[in-house]
Design a protein around this ligand. Structure first.
Ligand code: G1P
Length: 277
């Protein structure tokens, strides 16, 4: 396993349909849903950049071209607003385009998060990388969540998932872990279950959409049979990686909004409107 301490790449699985937001997501990728005036994917890219990751690898699908356009120059628009006070609205996205590079590949069929990550392998290669699910909007305390996780990775050099305590009624929506506490906010994973049936959850520690993965995960994913919902689950591949070696679960410092649900999306919108960054 090659596990160099320097991480460069962040993978964004972004092929999902976002059916909970129909009709808004009929012709628009769910990752382009704005929180106030900034799309979810841009929050994610900013979090990755803050963590020192400059290479964004995006797994898209049909109907997702707006993602590529968002991180590209719009010649007509820029000419139109040049020299006006509206130019400042684009300064954030312009600096992202200077600092980051973007590569894209497409997932042809929805076969699960594990399959989406495996689809990104040609963009990642044989190095450790981060995974960010843009519909989990995370506002870290002090540091962003990925930056917190990369510090841990430097110390432990193994795969790490971010976790959060959720109420027992919510565990069936998540990957859930159980493990041996190494310290108050860190567990060595012993068990992982994707979307456990009610009453079957090993704890109330739910995985949220931030991962650091070592590259041996790709071979494990290739050998992982479809699990929950008939899809290849990253949770199952990580459970296997934990059996072979070590996977950590980190209770991050900060706040997460589940922007894949209407309630979480409205909450995030209200919060970001009141606390502009
Ligand atoms: C995915 C993962 C799940 C994780 C969740 C975090 O589920 O499969 O383990 O807890 O993301 O948001 P999804 O929300 O895509 O169904």
């Amino acid at each position: 396993m090659s596990a160099s301490s320097r991480l460069r790449k962040c993978l964004f699985p972004a092929a999902g349909y976002g059916t909970r937001f129909l009709p808004a997501t009929k012709a628009m990728p769910k990752e382009m849903m704005p929180i106030v005036s900034k799309p979810l994917i841009q929050y994610g890219v900013e979090e990755a950049l803050e963590a020192g990751l400059r290479e964004m690898a995006i797994v898209t699908g049909r109907g997702k071209r707006a993602l590529e356009d968002h991180f590209d120059i719009n010649v007509e628009l820029e000419a139109q607003i040049q020299g006006t006070d509206k130019e400042s609205y684009l300064s954030g996205i312009r600096s992202i385009m200077q600092e980051a590079t973007f590569t894209y590949t497409r997932q042809k069929a929805m076969r699960g998060l594990g399959d989406a990550i495996l689809t990104g392998e040609p963009l990642i290669g044989d190095e450790s990388f981060a995974v960010l699910l843009a519909d989990d909007l995370c506002l870290g305390e002090g540091q962003g969540v990925l930056a917190q996780m990369i510090e841990l990775y430097r110390q432990f050099r193994c795969s790490i998932v971010a976790i959060e305590e959720v109420s027992p009624e919510e565990t069936h929506k998540y990957g859930v872990i159980a493990g041996d506490p190494l310290r108050e906010d860190l567990y060595r994973i012993e068990q992982m279950v994707e979307k456990p049936a009610r009453g079957q959850e090993p704890s109330n520690l739910a995985i949220i959409g931030r991962y650091i993965l070592t590259p041996d995960i790709f071979d494990i994913l290739r050998a992982t049979a479809p699990g929950r919902n008939g899809e290849v689950q990253i949770t199952d591949a990580l459970a296997e990686q934990a059996r072979r070696g070590c996977v950590l679960a980190y209770r991050f410092k900060g706040r997460r909004f589940d922007c894949g649900s209407i309630d979480g999306y409205v909450e995030a919108t209200n919060f970001c409107y009141r606390h502009p960054s």
